[in-house]
Design a protein around this ligand. Structure first.
Ligand SMILES: NC(=O)c1ccc[n+]([C@@H]2O[C@H](COP(=O)([O-])OP(=O)(O)OC[C@H]3O[C@@H](n4cnc5c(N)ncnc54)[C@H](O)[C@@H]3O)[C@@H](O)[C@H]2O)c1
Length: 325
């Protein structure tokens, strides 16, 4: 059992990971300012409403809790928003991470799992993407994650801070039995947007149907949030056992087109999804699929629920609960 601080644990992926850590017997505390997360995702006795920028409070919290490791989810996550207000993304994602790293140094905590993203690769030269491909982000959001990964490299070399960056592809699905699921505001992710279109009757826009893919819509690698949570637990265990710093792609290795996901939603819900076709979005690659061999081999990770139908079923079950709340 370890004492683990989860930043951003009131958000989507953080809350699922915290839930699984608790189920496996870890002592979990959550630090979240609730700017984009939800109080109902965390038991009150575990929740510390604190901003990443508050270095002294984070330091005191980690000292009090004798924190062994941090899993750092807290960040702003919307690519489009980051192109409108880049300074907000650098302040929160890079500045916030630096504040956390200062607090960790003060408190003597030397293990960190970091939420990175496929957006660090930008428009990759080939797929599936391997971890040795270059950083070429196309947005301030992606750049903010590159900057933190680079800082972590220096912190490893000169501060002995061991870290694992997990570069997630498209996180989706839910754990409806534990009341957890995806509820971003603003929502930018495909499956919740398809559900919204069903609920409101307002068509969802599909951006581009002339890509070089079987049906012309973009291919993405959809990873179930439970499998992603599992990868974090393996990563933190690895570090706690003395494992070295590293970076891993977290995806399944197979992709689905937007239209395939839409059809899966129609099949699971038994409802038609109203949609309209729009132009391509700047910087959207045709295909983004992870090569996750390294994660599977090094950390012995296996995706268990990342089948598109299971993902949509879990997400839909959560959606019913959310709407009834
Ligand atoms: N959702 C995805 O598909 C996806 C893909 C790639 C990477 N990621 C990364 O995973 C992480 C979690 O994503 P998510 O989908 O759970 O997002 P989310 O918005 O649901 O959760 C982020 C949480 O961080 C909190 N937060 C933000 N800034 C904070 C600050 N300054 N201080 C304290 N708390 C703060 C928010 O209140 C929220 O609860 C993010 O770092 C994101 O960049 C997500």
């Amino acid at each position: 059992m370890a004492n683990i601080l989860v930043t951003g644990g009131a958000g989507y992926i953080g809350s699922h990971t915290a839930h699984q850590l608790i189920a496996r017997g870890h002592n979990v505390q959550v630090a979240d300012n609730l700017s984009r997360g939800h109080r109902h995702n965390v038991a009150p006795e575990r929740l510390h409403v604190v901003d990443l920028a508050d270095t002294p409070r984070l330091t005191a919290l980690m000292r009090e809790q004798q924190t062994d490791a941090v899993i750092h989810f807290a960040a702003y996550i919307a690519v489009g928003e980051s192109t409108k207000v880049p300074e907000l993304y650098f302040t929160n994602n890079v500045g916030g991470s630096l504040s956390l790293l200062n607090a960790m140094t003060e408190a003597g905590v030397r293990r960190l799992v970091f939420s990175s993203t496929a957006a660090v690769y930008g428009m990759p030269a080939r797929v599936p993407i391997t971890e040795d491909m270059p950083f070429e982000p196309l947005s301030p959001y992606g750049e903010s994650k590159v900057m933190v990964e680079k800082i972590l490299g220096w912190m490893d070399q000169f501060r002995g801070l061991r870290s694992i960056a997990l570069r997630y592809f498209n996180a989706c699905g839910a754990e409806p039995d534990s009341g957890l699921g995806e509820e971003h505001e603003p929502e930018t992710h495909l499956i919740p947007l398809l559900f919204r279109a069903i609920r409101t009757g307002q068509p969802v826009t599909i951006f581009g149907d002339d890509y070089d893919t079987p049906d012309g819509t973009c291919i993405r690698d959809y990873i179930h949030v439970s499998d992603l949570a599992d990868a974090h637990i393996l990563a933190v265990d690895h570090l706690l056992k003395g494992g070295a710093s590293d970076a891993f792609n977290a995806g399944t290795g197979s992709g689905f087109t937007v239209m395939e996901v839409l059809r899966a939603v129609e099949e699971v819900t038994g409802r038609k999804v109203p949609y309209s076709l729009g132009p391509r979005r700047d910087g959207d690659p045709a295909t983004l699929v992870a090569d996750s061999t390294k994660l599977q081999r090094t950390l012995k990770w296996t995706p268990r629920r990342s089948h598109i139908k299971a993902i949509v079923q879990d997400a839909w079950a959560f959606e019913q609960k959310r709407v009834a709340r």
